[in-house]
Design a binder for this molecule. Structure first.
Ligand SMILES: Cc1cc2nc3c(=O)[nH]c(=O)nc-3n(C[C@H](O)[C@H](O)[C@H](O)COP(=O)(O)OP(=O)(O)OC[C@H]3O[C@@H](n4cnc5c(N)ncnc54)[C@H](O)[C@@H]3O)c2cc1C
Length: 651
């Protein structure tokens, strides 16, 4: 939880290991913000959330403020369990919940102003039943004026403060909660409906605060401004009123890790280059985190996912295992006759089944060109931009790549898929709305693949312009109009003293910058061999219909099916049992795709070998060594026996 620092910020920083324990059977209600440290809106909202937590710090025994960072790898699963699709998401949890609950989207759609959230917290507390109300929370409903009158001129061991207000005012309830940690004082609220009573007390304006002293005397408090903060601080400063000793509240365990201070070693990089580590890390986050928050994909979401994977499999300029993974996934999705797919099945295929065949995608995040000067800055959203720019450029430089996909004649293909991806899956809802507005305005006017490259460049610059100076801006990477003159001097012109873009040069620059030949593999996980880097070229050759067969391509090689698949796959079993024969076809589809796609994972002298080839080699090598040793000892024994039998030394 790097946006919020445990111990420093006045809120509870939760994580996968602590959240359930904190919420279950808690004596206080909770308001949790599920956020992602890479989400610009979450960064922008953090000061408000911190200020709110500070403002209601005294309410802690009744209602608590917490945060959980869904952008942290160890929290991915937890956020999925709570069904978090977008960031930030606010959930309210009642006190004394006996079972796991995903919380309430209490009054979803209200604004996120500090005051609105504070008032929603009060409403939420009042929404508790009598039995489940946090014991530290005093009654918040107004009391009748007659009850107040009965307290006059009677001694008591505490003060009684009465906030007189209108029915829609929250001041009384706020003051009540502000003082729950203080002893020798009780705060109550009365509505201004009994005019005669107010007149008797000399109350002429509301809100007002009337005080009954322990000796029974009473009077109106004269306060400069009738505001919550003035009332609360006056009451807290009364003689004898003091803070209670730390109550025995079941506080969540203190975090031992100081996440806020963790800064990874800076990786030097060339800003004129593209880094495969960024693209692969982004793909990992997209497939395993962002999409994984969706339990099942169906309808428009499934269609978007399928189309996105199709485009990725054809255009992603990745290393061989990653491209194979995308191709396998694409074929599997096409062959699966389902209109609803549990996302776990996709994860199972990506994480387990394909890995067995040596087809894998890094599961570690390694930002290079997308690293931020603080851990919460840049990262995933940067890589997503880079991914889509790369795809628009790849579509423009390899127009034949999309042949037979149904997208070949569509110059907007990448843009439209990006638009749908952002709409359905992007964790930042507000960003998606902005992007949708831009798409609605002009995406339809894009008529060529080159124009698509330029459209995305232009719109990205609009976003850069809007976010300049925003709290999500990394001071080390200011939001500027890109490419800057140092990266592309030819892109910049001046007409009558005004800056203008030379779009021909910009297009040329983008086609160079986001071209696979501009990708560096430094910091990318795993070894890189020449064959892998060559892949882009290989696919380009394929596009140009030059039938250069990949060396060692053993397409007709059929591998032992049962060895390749984890027969105990829970997800597949679920698919089969839940859906009968149709899903059987689904399982076969997975098997056949994986088998067909089992391609060389090691290359030697230009010949590709799969993992099975390698294992067979080792087995044969060991067997033949053993055979040679046995033969050696056999003949040695024989020759000894022969010598003993026939060799008689002369006496
Ligand atoms: C579709 C989308 C919409 C978003 N909307 C919002 C929003 O509304 N509010 C918000 O707070 N955040 C939004 N974000 C996130 C935000 O745009 C940045 O990604 C984030 O602030 C990180 O910025 P960055 O410094 O890494 O640069 P980014 O803007 O992420 O850019 C990444 C890299 O792309 C290159 N680049 C920069 N400009 C261009 C360009 N014009 N053309 C081609 N390449 C370029 C540069 O190398 C740069 O380092 C959005 C992200 C996406 C993908």
């Amino acid at each position: 939880a790097r946006l919020y620092r445990p111990g420093e910020d006045p809120l509870t920083v939760l994580e996968a290991g602590t959240v359930r324990r904190a919420l279950l059977n808690s004596s206080a209600a909770w308001v949790l913000q599920f956020y992602s440290s890479s989400c610009g809106h979450c960064i922008g909202f953090a000061p408000t959330w911190r200020a709110l937590a500070g403002d209601v710090r005294d309410w802690e025994p009744a209602i608590r403020i917490g945060v959980l960072d869904c952008g942290e790898e160890e929290n991915y699963e937890t956020c999925k369990e709570y069904g978090i699709l977008y960031y930030p998401t606010f959930r309210y949890f009642k006190a004394f919940t006996k079972q796991f609950t995903t919380g309430e989207n209490y009054k979803a759609g209200s604004d996120r102003e500090l005051q609105t959230v504070r008032q929603m917290m009060i409403d939420f507390l009042q929404n508790h039943s009598q039995e489940s109300r946090p014991p530290a929370c005093p009654p918040l409903d107004p009391i009748p004026s007659s009850e107040i009158a009965s307290l006059f001129d009677k001694t008591s061991h505490h003060y009684t403060a009465i906030v007189v207000e209108s029915s829609n005012s929250y001041v009384g309830r706020e003051v009540i909660l502000d003082l729950i940690q203080y002893e020798n004082i009780m705060v109550k609220r009365v509505l201004n409906s009994d005019k005669a009573f107010l007149e008797k007390l000399g109350i002429t304006s509301i809100p007002s605060c009337y005080l009954i002293y322990p000796n029974g005397s009473h009077g109106l408090i004269n306060i400069l401004k009738p505001l919550r903060s003035f009332f609360s601080s006056y009451l807290k400063s009364l003689p004898g009123v003091r803070r209670k000793l730390v109550s025995q509240l079941p506080l969540p365990k203190k975090q031992s890790k100081q996440e806020g201070t963790e800064i990874k070693a800076w990786k030097e990089f060339d800003k004129a280059k593209l880094y495969m580590a960024d693209l692969e890390s982004g793909l990992h986050y997209l497939l395993r985190v962002e999409l994984a928050t969706h339990k099942t994909l169906e309808g428009a979401e499934l269609k978007t996912f399928k189309d996105f994977v199709t485009v990725l499999s054809k255009l992603f300029p990745g290393r061989q295992p990653v491209v194979k993974l995308l191709e396998t996934l694409q074929e599997w999705l096409v062959s699966l006759p389902l209109d609803k797919i549990p996302y776990d099945a996709i994860l199972d295929l990506v994480n387990n089944k394909m890995r067995i065949s040596g087809i894998f995608l890094t599961n570690h995040i390694q930002w290079v060109g997308c690293q931020g000067s603080k851990p919460e800055l840049r990262g995933y959203t940067c890589s997503l931009w880079k991914l889509f720019h790369t795809l628009t450029v790849q579509a423009a430089v390899r127009p034949k790549a999309l042949i037979n996909t149904g997208f070949e004649d569509n110059p907007q293909v990448v843009l439209q898929i990006m638009r749908r991806y952002i709409q359905h899956f992007f964790g930042c809802k507000a960003c998606a709305q902005h992007f949708e507005e831009m798409a609605k305005e002009s995406m339809e006017s894009v008529k060529t693949l080159d124009k698509a490259v330029l459209w995305l460049w232009e719109k990205h610059n609009v976003v850069n312009d809007r976010l300049a100076g925003d709290p999500s801006e990394d001071p080390k990477f200011p939001k500027v109009q890109w490419p800057t003159p140092d990266l592309c001097p030819e892109c910049h012109d001046e007409i009558k003293g005004l800056h203008s873009w030379n779009e021909v040069q910009v297009l040329q620059f983008l086609k160079h910058h986001y071209h696979h030949e501009n990708i560096l593999y430094k910091y990318a996980e795993g070894q890189v061999n020449a064959n892998e880097i060559e892949l882009g070229d290989v696919r380009e050759r394929k596009d140009k219909n030059l039938p250069k067969k990949m060396s060692g391509d053993k397409e007709d090689k059929i591998l032992d099916q049962q060895n390749m698949l984890d027969s105990k796959s829970k997800v597949l079993d679920k698919l089969i049992t839940n859906n009968g024969p149709v899903k059987d076809r689904g399982k076969n589809a997975i098997e056949s795709v994986i088998h067909k796609e089992t391609k060389p994972s090691v290359s030697f002298l230009g010949i590709g070998f799969s993992n099975i080839d390698m294992s067979l080699c080792v087995v044969l090598y060991v067997a033949s060594s053993l055979f040679l040793m046995i033969m050696y000892f056999f003949f040695r024994m024989r020759s000894k026996r022969w010598k003993v039998r026939y060799y008689r030394p002369a006496v």
